[in-house]
Design a protein around this ligand. Structure first.
Ligand code: AMP
Ligand code: ZN
Length: 435
């Protein structure tokens, strides 16, 4: 059940000394980049005596990466670099991440570890529905699956009928898919009168790259009668393969032999005691081309207490609840979009897609939630619809502490995208949207 038993089940003190060795090596490597060379020129962290000393070093932020675009973080000669990826940010300089052949090899090995953990084996058929290209979801899993020895169909996202044709005719057993796309794809099965629960060989889906609630996971598991595992990563670290759910599905093991995690308070920047929720900060321990020291991911989570029944010793983080820069402040109340999702998805008559709009009206913030209803309700009576809307408002008010307006819309009528879902539209700073 383990891909690398020794490392996955290593005792905590051995793991800590491995981390410290790797950390010191990584800091030495980092200093070769123009950015860290300058940053660490005076306060030289040439050798840390303990992992705790890492907290004496400053954070690295996304802005640092942007400002050092393109080569400020590169530690090796270009002739050692074999790949570039970029993160999905839409404004300013993109964040570019470089890989040596060694980095690509480590990354593939980590993905193989993740896939193996959930029971994927050589005889499986893997259909990779994540975008190939600058985005890490496609190529990252592609190399990992090949390392594991699984036949990989590099189909990428979209073209839903063709996806279903491959799923059926190649008897695909494992997919990697955006959670929002997994829900959307289901509609096409209905159209084609194919029952994904009965007519496919599918047994596992890896979902990630965008926030999603436990309710969404359950929904996908139920619609397809499969196991769904949460996959977390970010291009700055490598891409997917940073943290992954094991067969127990109780939190994501963060692969601590490659990444050193901390949870900090995003406002005070203090390291938080074990178990408290905050922002995940990661230090790479094995990256060659572009090591990062105390990188502020902006992703909010916490360490889960206790040991995982699977026997792996690497600590687990909770499902990502949002990004610290995703938080919406509605008339002074802090809200994360994921709270809206989990509330809506717990209502059986609600469909799969929703979006959130915020506007200013008479100097007040107005939160409006547009949500698709499912087919049966769509053909129901007006009284049933009114009742559903009231229930949705009441459930959201109870969860959020503010009262949104809820607009029920037809199934499949909200906009969709091939990449990560955009669900929040904040018009408060746009004059034309006021009114
Ligand atoms: P990118 O580097 O463009 O692939 O984006 C990485 C970001 O996607 C992360 O920092 C998270 O905000 C988000 N993300 C990735 N995986 C997950 C996941 N499993 N759950 C929630 N958010 C995720
Ligand atoms: Zn486990």
């Amino acid at each position: 059940m383990y891909w690398e038993k020794e490392i996955e089940t290593m005792g905590r003190s051995d793991l800590a000394s491995l981390q410290l060795d790797r950390l010191n090596h990584s800091l030495e490597q980092a200093r070769r980049s123009p950015f860290y060379g300058k940053r660490f020129a005076y306060k030289a962290p040439s050798h840390l005596a303990g992992l705790g000393d890492l907290t004496t070093l400053p954070f690295t932020t996304k802005d640092d990466l942007r400002n050092a675009f393109p080569y400020g973080f590169l530690t090796v000669d270009l002739k050692e670099v074999v790949r570039l990826h970029s993160s999905s940010g839409t404004t300013g300089n993109p964040t570019v991440v470089f890989h040596t052949a060694g980095d690509i090899g480590q990354w593939g090995n980590l993905i193989a570890r993740c896939m193996y953990t959930t029971g994927v084996r050589k005889h499986d058929v893997f259909q990779n529905m994540m975008g190939y290209g600058l985005f890490t979801g496609g190529l990252g899993f592609h190399y990992g699956a090949e390392k594991l020895g699984v036949m990989t169909i590099p189909i990428g996202p979209g073209n839903s009928k063709r996806q279903i044709w491959f799923l059926q005719n190649l008897e695909t057993t494992v997919v990697h898919i955006l959670p929002s796309y997994a829900l959307r794809l289901y509609k096409f099965f209905e159209e084609l009168a194919i029952d994904p629960r009965e007519d496919l060989a599918l047994r596992i889906a890896f979902v990630g790259a965008e926030p999603h609630s436990e309710e969404i996971r359950k929904k996908i598991e139920d619609l397809y009668n499969i196991k769904v595992y949460n996959s977390y990563g970010l291009s700055e670290m490598c891409g997917p393969g940073v943290a992954f759910e094991c067969e127990c599905q109780e939190g994501l093991h963060i692969w601590e032999d490659h990444f050193y995690p901390e949870i900090v308070d995003p406002a005070s920047e203090e390291v938080l005691p074990e178990g408290e929720p905050g922002e995940l900060v990661l230090t790479t321990l094995t990256r060659e081309a572009m090591p990062l020291v105390r990188y502020r991911t902006r992703d909010l989570t916490r360490f889960l207490p206790g040991n995982c029944p699977c026997g792996r010793t690497h600590r687990r983080i909770d499902r990502i609840t949002g990004r610290s820069d995703d938080m919406l402040i509605i008339n002074g109340v802090n809200i994360f979009p994921i709270q809206i999702e989990k509330t809506l998805m717990a209502i059986p008559e609600i469909g799969h897609n929703y979006l959130i709009e915020i506007r200013k009206e008479n100097f007040m913030d107005r939160l409006q939630v547009h949500v698709e209803i499912n087919e049966e309700v769509f053909h129901g009576t007006l009284a049933e619809l009114e009742k559903l809307q009231e229930n949705a408002v009441a459930a959201l008010r109870a969860e959020l502490g503010v009262t949104p307006s809820v607009k029920l819309v037809e199934p499949s009528s909200l906009p969709v995208s091939e990449g990560k879902a955009q669900r929040v539209y904040d018009y408060r700073n746009e004059a034309e949207a006021e009114g």
